[in-house]
Design a protein around this ligand. Sequence first.
Ligand SMILES: Nc1ncnc2c1ncn2[C@@H]1O[C@H](COP(=O)(O)OP(=O)(O)OP(=O)(O)O)[C@@H](O)[C@H]1O
Length: 259
Amino acid sequence: MMPAGGAQDVAALDVAAVSHSYGKKRALDNVSFTIKPGSFTVLLGLNGAGKTTLFSLISHLYDTRQGAIRIFGHDIVRTPGEALRRLGIVFQARTLDLDLTVQQNLSYHAALHGISGAEATKRIAARLNEVEMGGRLHDKAHSLSGGQMRRVEIARALLHEPPLLLLDEATVGLDVQSRAGILANIRKLVATRGISVFWATHLIDEVQPSDDVVVLSQGRLVANGRISDVVTQTGARDIGEAFRTLSRAGEIVPTGHGQ
Ligand SMILES: Nc1ncnc2c1ncn2[C@@H]1O[C@H](COP(=O)(O)OP(=O)(O)OP(=O)(O)O)[C@@H](O)[C@H]1O
């Protein structure tokens, strides 16, 4: 099933010539790329590459002053309501209210999107089941593990049925098993529901050759395309080596990270 995001040929996300500065610090420099509908696209970059800045612009936390960002054709500055309706976000920082139950956390978010009553109840149950958290509806958020909280946040981000989901370092701080479980869950959503996912990480082991990738280094786009093609273009043996080469091209590999 394809989600109702827009025509098939419209990009899920179109980032066009976007720059952003904090005072004199240029965090993003003329970045352009698109994300195809129904794809899993990885945003790779070492610390300080500009990933969080890019996500803040896409989610309209910051104004895009240079360049344009469109979500399924809707400009985030000119038509933020239309654009944001199509976007779900899981931030790096934990955002559940720990004193509320899982259901209360999700009901609150549903209400913000104008979803209430039986429809909210139905959607909350369906989304929690998808992330294997259906049995925890009435538990307080503080009783969940870090990985379980992340799953609930993913369910919450999908309540308004956005066709594009952004996740900013969603697996940071989790153990290997939780990381793998969450990643598998998200990949399943792409395969079964046709959602487009933009997954920011600095962990190479979360990437598969068939994924699309956007590589940022020091605020510049240094590679974009199917991972297997990017690996071939850089003459590397694997994505790890390709990423190290691309990071060196951006002159940002810190001591001990490059070789
Ligand atoms: N509020 C701010 N004020 C000044 N400089 C900032 C601010 N936020 C980010 N920067 C700088 O902009 C650049 C990009 O930062 P950003 O947080 O977007 O990178 P990132 O790829 O998300 O890194 P990390 O994984 O460490 O969060 C960095 O050099 C950072 O120091």
